[in-house]
Design a protein around this ligand. Structure first.
Ligand code: C2O
Length: 360
């Protein structure tokens, strides 16, 4: 059966440990506020008066960046008890990724985990959807849209941290980032890419890694990740890291998290750890690109259309988020499979998808 929404009245301390090296464990209290009865998502109810058109961050105008900064300022200024605050937004990620809640309706204590399986892409799509609606409502602009970090673009500068996020003392800045990650350093798309390579070598490695993470991952299981049903316990897998994770998740996506996280912290905070990743506003732009690439994989690969999982345990898996009015909303995976129905569009980058033609 499909994974269900956990009992939100039963929250436990979440924790994260270093996967390699000396064992360090950090504990997070990321329990979520209960704001009243849960609403069921419907397209009718959440119909947006305007489309959300997400653009590449490195092409944003100064005017748009100013607005973006303002929106995150307002989000950061909300009290920590407000579900729309950046604090609670980050805790949503922490609690469903670091063992804050247990799976409901199953035997034994099995933490709910939205990474490492077919839940990864739809959960994060919903997460961005509500996050964007909250920002839009805070700033009073229903067309407000996330900027995506176009890191697959190896030609026009998408492969560096978008400059807008590096402005110290603005709401888009996070001091817990790897110091060397400043533009114009090119961000490597694999953890295995050694440091100190020339830009052209990194660029080539990146195209290769994009190709591996997307073009060669032709099936839903390879690309999105494997089946996770109610009662499945990832901790019992024989594969230690990311047991059922798909190529997009385990490849380029995770590489970026580890690269942006600050090695001077214990667990590569903020971006390099689930417990803290979405404290960094860059997280939502990073995932904007992951989400866009899901669409690219689905519709724009050279061998034609590809297909999402169709298993009912996938389609009927349920999650909970907060909307722009701080209501708790119950959503299903099946309603996340078409961005257009959600009013979300991606504007093409300047040199998208060059990696499609990359022959290793
Ligand atoms: Cu929830 Cu990029 O991870």
């Amino acid at each position: 059966s499909p994974v269900q929404i956990p009992d939100l009245t039963k929250c436990q301390v979440a924790s994260a440990s270093s996967p390699a090296g000396p064992l360090v464990t950090l504990y997070f209290n990321c329990c979520l506020p209960l704001t009243g009865p849960m609403i069921d998502f419907s397209f009718e109810r959440y119909k947006s008066p305007q489309k959300h058109i997400r653009r590449p961050a490195h092409t944003a105008s100064e005017e748009y960046i100013a607005k973006y900064i303002k929106a995150y300022e307002l989000m950061r200024a909300l009290p920590d008890t407000d579900p729309r605050s950046l604090k609670v937004q980050a805790n949503i990620h922490c609690s469903f990724c670091n063992g804050g809640y247990l799976q409901r309706g199953v035997n034994g204590d099995i933490p709910l985990q939205v990474h490492f399986s077919w839940l990864f892409l739809p959960w994060h799509r919903w997460y961005l959807y509500f996050h964007e609606r909250i920002l839009a409502s805070l700033i009073g602009d229903p067309g407000f849209s996330l900027l995506y970090w176009n890191w697959d673009d190896q030609v026009h500068g998408g492969n560096q941290i978008p400059e807008a996020f590096t402005r110290v003392n603005t709401s888009l800045y996070d001091e817990k980032r790897r110091p060397e990650v400043q533009p114009p350093t090119i961000v490597p798309l694999a953890a295995s890419t050694p440091a100190n390579l020339s830009a052209s070598v990194v660029t080539n490695e990146n195209l290769n890694n994009m190709y591996q993470s997307i073009v060669t991952a032709s099936t839903a299981t390879l690309f999105m990740g494997g089946a996770l049903r109610a009662g499945d316990d990832l901790r019992k897998s024989t594969v230690i890291n990311a047991p059922l994770g798909g190529a997009i998740e385990n490849g380029v996506h995770t590489a970026i998290h580890f690269y942006v996280g600050d090695p001077r912290t214990q667990l590569l905070q903020d971006m390099g750890n689930f417990g803290t990743a979405s404290r960094d506003p860059l997280f939502y732009s990073h995932h904007g690109n992951v989400d866009r690439l899901w669409e690219e994989w689905r519709f724009n690969m050279p061998d034609g259309e590809r297909f999402d999982h169709t298993d009912p345990d996938f389609l009927n898996a349920e999650f909970v988020f907060y909307d722009e009015n701080a209501n708790m909303v119950r959503v299903k995976v099946k309603d996340a499979l078409d961005n257009k129905k959600l009013g979300v569009y991606y504007k093409k980058g300047l040199s998208d998808n060059r990696w499609i033609n990359y022959s290793p």
